[in-house]
Design a protein around this ligand. Structure first.
Ligand SMILES: NC(=O)c1ccc[n+]([C@@H]2O[C@H](COP(=O)([O-])OP(=O)(O)OC[C@H]3O[C@@H](n4cnc5c(N)ncnc54)[C@H](OP(=O)(O)O)[C@@H]3O)[C@@H](O)[C@H]2O)c1
Length: 355
């Protein structure tokens, strides 16, 4: 067996694990060394479940014809080839839940983590060295994949101890998208109008809850969904998380535009893109008023389509890349669930009860 050539110096960002290309950091690397042993500045975890990022999982399921075995084989092949679950088509990853097996000597003084703790990684699988023995089960409905394997967290990596009051599949689903509700909480001003695209998915529901809370009685929250009959869409209306729903395919900018005078006459101060498909950038920008903000949380966002789309329709809007990290995001996301029993029930029914 050949030993990958890796940098000898231990880097807090994990560059010592980069196999190729030289000079890259783990996220941009094509391949990382996934040897499942902790170096002095690393944490080794036994991985139980992967939550594959929604844009990535949709692409993989489509390529594999919804066949769980083929999806499992696809994931094994990616990890074998790249040393990490980094989807070459969407460029996105996901996160994992596991137990701490070993803490390197450099990190031994950390008091927030101990061997045996169960944690969720809050850094992307696209930069996490992952070694898989097997994929045991693929839940096609949720993108959660039960595996046996090991992963490495770097010195700079962030993680959250799993809460005691939530089923782990629910915590995993929420923590995967924790950046969205945290950013929406930060960006929504009292009295603001907020439009959430892909409002009935995980990040969409949590974002609507935060937008409703922050915008308050004088604000307005509008969701865009492709189908008003989904449990998520019904919840949004029945529990008043949205004032209105636009039922449209957000890839069809003209269809969205047609509905704006009725649903968003003054357009939105903040537009949040939570879709898992590409081609929705222009519709997102159309929903935003001049000098408003479009927060592209979606991993299916094209920088080119957003930049040229805004220019092409003459919109002077601020556009934010969906940084998955915001200070305290895990706490905000989990608290959003605790504060909103209807959303908690939805996540529990969808993620905690698996056949
Ligand atoms: N920035 C980050 O760090 C980060 C982290 C995690 C995830 N993400 C990304 O964030 C996005 C949302 O993730 P998620 O886990 O919340 O996904 P999700 O639960 O699968 O929700 C996606 C939503 O998009 C809706 N949608 C799909 N096609 C649409 C269309 N053409 N028009 C309008 N709505 C449409 C879906 O509606 P239906 O279900 O009715 O089809 C669904 O409600 C994904 O792109 C994911 O990759 C980003």
């Amino acid at each position: 067996m050949s030993v990958p050539a890796v940098a000898a110096v231990l880097c807090p960002l994990g560059s010592h694990r980069v196999v190729e290309p030289a000079g890259a950091l783990p996220q941009t690397a094509w391949k990382v060394d996934n040897t499942p042993h902790a170096r002095a500045n690393e944490i080794l975890c036994a991985v139980e479940t992967l939550n594959i990022d929604s844009a990535s999982f949709k692409q993989i399921t489509e390529a594999c014809g919804d066949d769980p075995r083929a999806i499992g084989a696809h994931i094994m092949a990616t990890v074998h080839e790249r040393g990490k679950q980094h989807n070459a088509v969407t460029g996105s990853g996901g996160m994992f839940i596991g137990r701490v097996l070993e803490i390197g000597a450099v990190l031994a003084a950390r008091d927030d983590i101990a061997v045996g703790d169960r944690l969720a990684s809050l850094v992307s699988l696209t930069l996490t060295p992952l070694f898989l023995d097997a994929v045991d089960d693929v839940d096609v409905a949720t993108g959660q994949v039960r595996v046996r394997g090991k992963a490495i967290l770097f010195e700079s990596g962030i993680y959250a101890r799993l809460p005691d009051d939530l089923p782990i599949e629910v915590a995993l689903a929420v923590l995967d998208v924790a950046g969205a509700p945290a950013q929406v909480r930060r960006l929504t001003k009292p009295g603001a109008t907020v439009c959430v695209i892909g409002a009935d998915g995980k990040s969409g529901l949590l974002s609507c809850a935060q937008a409703r809370e922050r915008a308050g009685a004088g604000g307005r929250v509008v969701g865009i969904v492709p189908d008003a009959s989904t449990p998520g869409a019904r919840l949004l209306v029945e529990h008043g998380y949205v004032d209105d729903l636009i039922v449209a395919d957000a890839r069809n900018a003209l269809a969205v535009l047609e509905r704006l005078p009725a649903a968003l006459p003054a357009l939105a101060d903040l537009v949040v893109s939570c879709v898992n498909v590409g081609g929705t950038e222009v519709a997102s920008i159309l929903c935003c008023k001049d000098h408003g903000t479009v927060y592209f949380f979606s991993m299916a966002t094209s920088f080119t389509a957003a930049a040229l789309g805004a220019e092409g329709i003459g919109k002077d809007v601020n556009m934010m890349v969906g940084n998955g990290y915001a200070k305290g995001h895990a706490v905000v996301a989990l608290q959003t669930l605790r504060d909103h029993p209807a959303i908690n029930d939805y996540f529990t029914a969808r993620y905690a009860v698996r056949g």
